[in-house]
Ligand binder design. Structure first.
Ligand code: PHE
Length: 340
């Protein structure tokens, strides 16, 4: 076998050295590398007749020869065709052709706003954590002090999967998940996707994004809540922004408040965006309910804390003057490119 291979090699070298056209080269390619009757194919077939040891040895030699021939062939192809491609000039690269233009990506406006908001809280010492979008009833409701029969469950209604799993309707479940596995002080923000069975229109979507915040330590009061959120709002919307806290109800905070900022469009004078009120509601907040601390394994006699949650689309819409929430999810790059 070895002899035979040497002979093929010699013959090949002799023949290839004489080649001067693509046609001749193709003839040689068929003779040696042809899939049906190429010499290399034939010797590979002959292998079957050999004993195991010899088979392994010869197999290796044939492969080496095949590689040599292929390389020599490619080399010759370049010479003959005068171009840079190996495939007999067929797929030659023409360096004078214009290149393929690669589209550059762009951060989605929601990603930009997520990064900006989380960044502001990180500056204040918060850590960014995430939680699952598929939740249990326990974390989405019960652990947040929303019992089965409580009417406020409706406000956080969602899509149910099999086996009592559901798509979380807010990022608040991560509060309890995080408390369970850590000890105070807790200081986190939680960006994420949430779901609600709302009919889609210009201001509603069955899927949207929230950022949750949670801070727990000894001696935390409503004053801390106001302080942190005031710094946040001024940094996001500008130093002149005014804040207003309106009493509200959330089952998982007590007392609870919604925070409004002076309208960033009309600076509080009254316009169509703020419905002539001069104020824009931007988040829900409150002191973490003792039952929620308990669900998280934290002693409410020793620790207290505050939580807040905001809709990211709403803030992005205000910030960029976007008037239809559906634009975020249509994958139209003409829309996405407009933001920086
Ligand atoms: N989870 C509430 C919502 O989705 C927002 C919220 C979070 C309110 C934390 C108070 C405290 O509307």
């Amino acid at each position: 076998m070895k002899q035979k291979l040497l002979q093929i090699e010699k013959e090949f070298e002799c023949e290839i050295s004489k080649v001067s056209s693509i046609e001749q080269l193709e003839e040689i390619r068929v003779k040696y590398l042809g899939r049906k009757e190429g010499l290399i194919t034939i010797v590979f077939k002959d292998l079957a007749k050999l004993g195991a040891d010899e088979k392994a040895q010869s197999g290796k030699l044939i492969n080496e020869l095949k590689q040599k021939i292929t390389q020599a062939f490619e080399h010759k192809a370049i010479q003959v065709s005068g171009k840079t491609s190996a495939k007999a000039g067929k797929a030659a690269i023409d360096v004078s052709l214009p290149g393929i233009k690669r589209e550059l990506g762009h951060a989605h406006p929601l990603t930009i706003v997520f990064d900006e908001i989380c960044g502001l809280f990180v500056e204040m010492g918060f850590r960014v954590v995430e939680g699952p979008e598929i939740e249990t009833e326990y974390y989405n409701f019960e652990a947040l002090n929303i019992p089965l029969e409580h009417p406020s469950r409706e406000a956080f209604d969602t899509f149910y999967l099999e086996n009592k799993f559901l798509l979380r309707s807010h990022t608040s479940p991560v509060q309890v998940r995080f408390m369970e596995e850590s000890r105070p002080p807790v200081q986190i923000v939680v960006p994420g996707r949430v779901y609600r069975p709302d009919a889609t229109d210009a201001s509603h979507s069955y899927m949207f994004h929230q950022i949750e915040g949670l801070l727990i330590d000894k001696g935390i009061t409503f004053a801390h809540l106001k302080g942190v959120l005031t710094v946040f709002a001024k940094k996001l919307f500008g130093e002149k922004t005014k804040m207003r806290f309106r009493p509200h109800f959330f089952p998982f905070t007590e007392p609870s408040a919604e925070m409004d900022v002076s309208c960033i469009i009309c600076s509080g004078k009254g316009c169509s965006v703020c419905k002539q009120s001069g104020w824009l509601e931007i988040l829900g907040s409150g002191m973490v309910h003792p039952n929620v601390l308990k669900a998280g394994g934290i002693n409410s006699k020793v620790y207290s804390g505050f939580a807040f949650g905001m809709g990211v689309e709403r803030i992005a819409m205000l910030k960029y003057g976007i008037d239809d929430i559906r634009l975020f999810f249509e994958n139209d790059t003409r829309f996405v490119r407009q933001f920086s």
